[in-house]
Ligand binder design. Structure first.
Ligand code: PMP
Length: 369
């Protein structure tokens, strides 16, 4: 389990950044090997025409691999877009409203807040459930959701990157399409794609470099964009052109493809999920037994990817960060909106990295607790 093939992190730091985030070392090494001359083409992937046969083979392989990894059904399109998850906050309503006046949103943290604010410029937003009452420290249970059967879609954020809240279940929305911002937990656990109408994710956490956004959309939801929309904002335009309506983020797609190959080689999503359970448990068990560190999230709703925590004495935060950095444990500062600390432990974070963090925290507590 600990021994992920090809992972030798010795010379590098353990990077707990929420994104752009750690990538498997083997992926970076492969990119380096192929940097100047991709497989005898005499060119870098950065220099290739996106319509040439070399890049066509790269994007097709990346799509086939992500389809295989996530078991994406044939009646779903996979799109490689730009603009980040933030552009999807607008593209989802612009493409799915289809004459309807409102959409349902689940308000579970800072990222759903942004999605809601953006949607409000295009339609009425019904907050079907919210955890604002408890500072976004839990995932509202399905029986608290007040869904509207006439909503254009239901939007939720399966993993709130800032608050560290994850839905460990997929909501039931009947005939209303379910839309998920999976930016920070895509590829980290097995999901049944057929339960969703639209999935989107910025790449810079579990997929690859920033600049790429992956969209997975059920085909019957294409072709519904509002009239007069810019072509670039219409999913159908991208789907009809196999993500080549314009120049796609070619190098980011290439590195994402290398990451998909790495995932396949290391047991696929099931193996990643088992490792993610093991890694997050290590850290949560430590936090729950500590009298100095604390995680505020309800136990059943804790994220396996992003683990926020506070120090009993906030005046020691800077010392904590400096000492961690000196031990090669970096990017542990919490989001500016949340304060405190946060460890993001995506697929590419080895178990050893989490062990090293726990060991450091244990010693810090002994010294200052
Ligand atoms: N949604 C979630 C859940 C996120 O974590 C992020 C980025 N941290 C975003 C949306 C925004 O993504 P982007 O920067 O790609 O627009």
């Amino acid at each position: 389990m600990n021994d992920v093939k090809g992972f030798t992190a010795t010379a590098r730091v353990y990077n707990f950044s929420p994104g752009p985030a750690i990538l498997p070392q083997e992926v970076l090494e492969r990119a380096r090997e192929e940097l100047l001359n991709w497989r005898g083409s005499g060119m870098s992937v950065m220099e290739m025409s996106h319509r040439g046969k070399e890049f066509t083979s790269i994007i097709q392989r990346a799509e086939a691999d992500v389809r295989e990894l996530m078991r994406i059904p044939a009646h779903y399109k996979v799109l490689f877009l730009q603009g980040g998850a933030s552009l999807q906050f607008a593209m989802a309503p612009l493409n799915l409203l289809c004459g309807k006046k409102s959409a349902d949103y689940i308000y579970s943290g800072e990222w759903s807040k942004k999605a809601i604010a953006e949607a409000k410029t295009f339609c009425a937003v019904n907050i079907a459930a919210s955890s604002e009452d408890a500072g976004f420290t839990y995932a509202p249970a399905q029986d608290q959701w007040r869904l509207d059967a006439n909503a254009a879609y239901v939007h939720y954020t399966p993993n709130e990157t800032i608050g560290g809240v994850e839905f460990h279940w997929v909501p039931e929305t009947g005939d209303v399409p379910l839309v998920a911002d999976m930016s920070s937990n895509i590829l980290s656990r097995e999901i049944d794609v057929s339960r969703f109408g639209l999935i989107y994710a910025g790449a810079q956490k579990n997929i690859g470099p920033a600049g790429l956004t992956i969209v997975i959309i059920r085909e019957d939801l294409l072709g519904r964009a509002l009239p007069g929309m810019p072509s670039m904002l219409d999913y159908k335009v991208h789907a009809d052109n196999d993500s080549m309506y314009n120049t796609p983020p070619a190098y980011a797609i290439y590195v994402a493809g290398l990451n998909f190959q790495w995932l396949k080689k290391n047991g696929g999503i099931a193996a990643m999920e088992a490792r993610n359970i093991e890694k997050s448990r290590l850290l949560y068990d430590f936090l729950d037994n500590s009298r100095f560190f604390r995680n505020p999230v309800r136990k059943n709703d804790r994220s396996r990817m992003n683990i926020p925590f506070t120090l009993k004495n906030a005046a020691l935060e800077e010392q904590f960060l400096n000492q961690a950095k000196a031990r090669g444990l970096v990017h542990l500062k919490g989001h500016r909106l949340a304060g405190g600390m946060r460890a993001s432990i995506y697929n590419a974070m080895p178990v050893e990295g989490v062990r090293a963090l726990v060991e450091f925290m244990r010693n810090f507590e002994i010294q200052y607790g």
